[in-house]
Write a protein that binds this ligand. Structure first.
Ligand code: PAZ
Length: 368
């Protein structure tokens, strides 16, 4: 097997080994391993044809102190991951949902966080019996969400595993990939988490809260505010190690590429695919990610999936004028399907997941 190098010097897997050697194993790891082992075993025994997808979701933190008060974070709320997980379940997959703690979760996402506060969906019953009920206009949607959630729970189709820091995430990714090996081609990796590219190595991390003033103690201390200068190291390129050592060779691996510059998106997605040699990169722009994505495949194809204009949900951070601006080639007509399940606008994931499931089927039936 050829070696994968990030800079022409040290192979990626050596950087990865060093990372795991130097950073502490998360406390939750052994518990999560046991839950995953049980989950996979259950499906191998009870439904041997079941496909299992690992969906990663949300952003990782980069702690600045060991006893962490401050950390660096990113924008990701976990919408892509949580929404995708629901559509994977609809396609018959069992889902391991590796998510940032307190980010959006499948099903409960419809009623959580400030934009969808659950209290707004409820009222006191008008029969004066003291009960609290779901408001009439939300009954149908909530019933469907509840039924789907209960189906997933009763059939043990959804395993929720939280992470917080980039190190938690990477330890878990490695361990999950190894545990998923017995699934062979029925394993799918859907890497939608926004993982930090930089971190502070353990040996350089402050133990205690970084002080904002230069207090030397006693009356001699200047007490002046000081600048905080942080030196971050690059996080090793784990996708390479995932593809070439942790995951089964037969599994399907899909990564996401996020950019803000429309001129860069497709070429960066192509570079990632060339470098890591996995199966598919899904490219998205920060400002249009809820309405369009591009599938970049090894055969050089650039395939856009778009929510039709009339069915786009409103988004405060989105910039609709940028839809279509990152498109470079016009190999095929953009897909313009109907879709969406339980929300008002069409969700782009209702296009992404059925498309991916088809590609996965093809890989299972014909090999990679
Ligand atoms: O969580 P979210 O729905 O707000 O955002 C999803 C996303 C943009 C983080 C995801 O689609 C993605 O592109 N993840 C990979 C980011 C990257 O490492 O390039």
């Amino acid at each position: 097997m050829s070696e994968h190098r990030s800079n022409g010097a040290v192979p990626d897997h050596e950087h990865a080994d060093e990372y795991f050697h130097k950073n502490p194993t998360p406390k939750s790891l052994s518990k999560h391993q046991a839950l995953t082992r049980e989950f996979i075993q259950y499906h191998l025994e009870n439904s041997p044809n079941r496909r299992i997808v690992l969906v990663t979701s949300g952003g990782t933190t980069v702690p600045l102190e060991n006893q962490t008060v401050r950390f660096i974070d990113n924008f990701s709320a976990g919408t892509r991951g949580a929404t995708s997980a629901e559509y994977f379940l609809q396609e018959g997959y069992a889902v391991i949902f590796l998510h940032r703690q307190y980010s959006l979760l499948p099903y409960s996402r419809h009623y959580s966080h400030s934009t969808n506060c659950f209290l707004d969906f409820m009222e006191e019953s008008d029969t004066n019996d003291g009960r609290v009920v779901v408001r009439k206009e939300y009954q149908d949607k909530m019933r469907r969400v509840l039924q789907q959630y209960q189906f997933a729970k009763q059939n043990r189709l959804l395993l929720l595993l939280p992470f917080t820091t980039v190190t938690d995430y990477l330890f878990q990714l490695r361990s999950l990939a190894v545990l998923m090996q017995p699934l062979g081609s029925r394993a799918l990796f859907y890497l939608a988490a926004a993982v930090s590219d930089f971190f502070i190595p353990r040996e350089r991390m402050e133990e205690h809260k970084i002080q904002s003033r230069d207090d030397k103690g006693g009356s001699q201390g200047s007490g002046a505010s000081r600048q905080l200068v942080i030196n971050l190291d690059p996080v090793p390129k784990f996708l390479s190690t995932l593809v070439h050592s942790w995951a089964s060779k037969e599994s399907m691996i899909v990564s996401f590429k996020l950019e803000t510059d429309p001129n860069l998106l497709v070429s960066k997605a192509e570079q990632a695919l060339k470098r890591y040699r996995h199966d598919l990169v899904i490219g998205n722009l920060l400002t249009t990610r809820k309405w369009e994505v591009v599938f970049v495949t090894r055969d050089g194809a650039e395939r856009w999936l778009r929510v039709p204009k009339a069915r786009r949900s409103k988004s405060l951070s989105g910039v609709e004028e940028l839809v279509g601006k990152a498109e470079r080639k016009h190999d095929r007509e953009p897909v313009d399907l109907e879709g969406g399940t339980v929300t008002e606008g069409m969700e782009i994931e209702s296009l992404i997941i059925p498309e991916l499931a088809l590609i996965h089927t093809d890989m299972i039936e014909h090999g990679k």
